[in-house]
Write a protein that binds this ligand. Structure first.
Ligand code: ATP
Length: 255
């Protein structure tokens, strides 16, 4: 584009993919300056490539999406239903949520999952700690205090997801674990000196010898890009409500 006065020439930077629209962001993964539309497109098609290159699914399979109502699994639910339709995978998709019984946290995020059920037309199954184990997480914390409660919760949730997947009679469970989560797990396993887990924790499919294999289609996806992708479907209100929830339970720093 020609600049105004002085006869000097200024070039307006364009999206490096379509070269038609102004860039709206710099991709954390590639540092490319691209427009929003191209970002959604390349983000989703990269997940498609991961699914195809790793043979994650077979036509006709029933797949449960572990849906917590958080950013990762909300974007995962959208991307899975979109790619299933766009590339005709032929999968039967379900949303599976575990209600741990944490007041002010999971009850709020389950509202997001219920919205996704309607938005994406995916059947939702909710399994609760109360129904499965007779205790909510709030009741467990009252008994044992805050120390070690995450360990209990993690073990219970894992089992609850398996129980829910069995009720839905699915072939596989997909979760929203992303590249940052996996890097964190690798570091933890190094610090713990847990060689067995260290070799397993980076696999894109785990639990093939257990009741339900688990897949991580976001294994190569940066958390920052998942946050950027939420703008495709989340309103500012939903984003603010999510941040508020995270601050309430101390999963985000307030500074
Ligand atoms: N209560 C739950 N019900 C169903 N699936 C869950 C639940 N909690 C976690 N998961 C699954 O495990 C993945 C990783 O969970 P984690 O607790 O690490 O949350 P996260 O990284 O914040 O992800 P999200 O943003 O989706 O909550 C989630 O993306 C989701 O697929």
């Amino acid at each position: 584009m020609e600049g105004g006065g002085g006869g000097e020439k200024r070039t307006m930077k364009m999206c490096c993919i379509c070269n038609q629209r102004r860039p709206a962001l710099k991709r954390p993964k590639t540092l490319q300056q691209i427009c929003r539309e191209c970002f959604y497109e390349v983000f989703e098609e990269e997940i498609h490539r991961v699914i195809i290159d790793n043979n994650l699914f077979k036509r006709g399979e029933r797949i449960a999406i572990g849906a917590s109502g958080g950013k990762d699994s909300t974007v995962l639910a959208y991307v899975m239903s979109e790619l299933n339709r766009r590339h005709n995978y032929g999968l039967d998709l379900f949303l599976l949520s575990v209600d741990e019984g944490i007041t002010g946290y999971r009850d709020d995020s389950l509202e997001t999952v219920k919205r996704n059920e309607i938005q994406y037309g995916l059947p939702l199954k909710v399994v609760s700690y109360k129904d499965l184990y007779g205790w909510t997480m709030d009741e467990i914390v009252k008994m044992i205090g805050l120390k070690n409660n995450c360990t209990f919760c993690g073990v219970f949730r894992r089992q609850a997801l398996d129980r829910g997947a069995a009720l839905l009679k699915v072939d596989k469970l997909v979760t929203g674990h992303n590249a940052d989560d996996i890097a964190e797990t690798v570091l933890l396993n190094i610090l713990r000196g847990d060689i067995a887990r260290l070799s397993r924790c980076t696999s894109i499919i785990t639990g093939e010898d257990g009741p339900i294999p688990r897949c991580k289609p976001f294994k190569y996806t940066y958390e920052k890009e998942i946050v950027m992708h939420t703008s495709r479907n989340w309103t500012t209100f939903q984003l603010n409500a999510y941040i508020h929830r995270m601050l309430t339970v101390g999963l985000l720093g307030s500074s």
